[in-house]
Ligand binder design. Structure first.
Ligand SMILES: [Zn+2]
Length: 285
């Protein structure tokens, strides 16, 4: 699993696996002749999407950003998306047990971002997967998830968050809060109205889990938004705002759905086009 040092923090990407997403839905209005140069699609037009969680070891706490798709999908949804359910195994392979997680942060509440928040115990009760953790998610997202539109109702599975809110284990965020020293959230509307990026700062360096604002390195162009975005014009404005900071301050960007490149530094080439630069040796930057 990809690992690097950011100031005093250690960052590791843990995957919940990959799943098939319709290429058209993944790239919205971008024609296939253009996106198919950047990513491969199978004969049914599906693209393999990653499910990248970010673990931040601050030295005092273990903070897990996003919990993948989990293992509670309905049979119907398993037909569409499969259910790789690899996150706990991958964490274990990295020496992390569910009890080791102190904080869980969800950027938003779509099922492929908060699935392992909870599991069913042997009596089929929904319980927290990370028993010691304090959970955090955007308040606006939770409000919306209680009454989603017809278009995106399938994206919300209340068992991933409602029991946590009811038991007081999940704190709802307005945006802008610092959750532990060096780790804060910022709202970037577009994909949903209240999606929050997670900003990680230590030793003068910054990383940002930008979530579905730009889910993969193939989505860097301002106009390459996902078909799922509820507010595509706001996605463009939010990307502009993000690039203004991330380029000038050399932020490391973490990509939630990129199966090959989970993180990268962003730069512009001579023509102004955005490029993702490999982050293999970010310590030396
Ligand atoms: Zn989403």
């Amino acid at each position: 699993m990809p690992k690097l040092t950011l100031g005093d923090f250690e960052l590791t990407v843990f995957s919940d696996g990959t799943y098939p997403l319709d290429g058209g839905a993944f790239f919205g209005v971008v024609p296939k002749v253009m996106w198919s140069r950047k990513v491969e699609a199978d004969d049914r037009n599906y693209v393999q999407a990653g499910l990248n969680s970010l673990l931040i070891r601050t030295g005092k706490q273990n903070v897990l950003v996003e919990t993948g798709m989990g293992n509670k999908l309905s049979e119907r949804m398993v037909k569409f998306y499969g259910q790789p359910a690899l996150l706990l195994e991958n964490l274990a392979a990295g020496g992390i047990s569910p009890e080791d997680i102190d904080v869980v942060i969800n950027s938003h509440l779509h099922f492929d971002h908060c699935g392992w928040n909870t599991i069913r115990d042997k009596n089929r009760n929904v319980v927290p997967t990370f028993p010691r953790a304090k959970y955090y998610a955007p308040e606006g997202e939770w409000q919306y998830a209680r009454k989603p539109s017809e278009r995106d109702a399938i994206s919300y599975i209340p068992d991933n968050y409602d029991p946590l809110v009811a038991s007081g284990k999940m704190t709802l965020l307005k945006g802008g809060e610092e959750i532990v020293p060096g780790i804060s959230v910022k709202t970037f509307p577009g994909h949903t109205a209240s999606m929050q990026a997670i900003i990680v700062q230590s030793g003068g360096k910054t990383a940002c889990y930008i979530s579905d604002l730009m889910p993969t390195t193939a989505h860097l162009d301002l106009t390459w938004g996902m078909g799922f975005d509820l507010y595509p014009l706001q996605t463009i404005e939010s990307k502009k705002e993000y690039y203004a900071k991330a380029l000038s301050e050399k932020w490391l960007t973490v990509f939630t759905h990129d199966a090959k490149t989970p993180w990268a530094y962003l730069e512009r080439d001579g023509t102004g086009k955005m490029m993702a630069m490999e982050a293999l040796h970010p310590q030396s930057r």
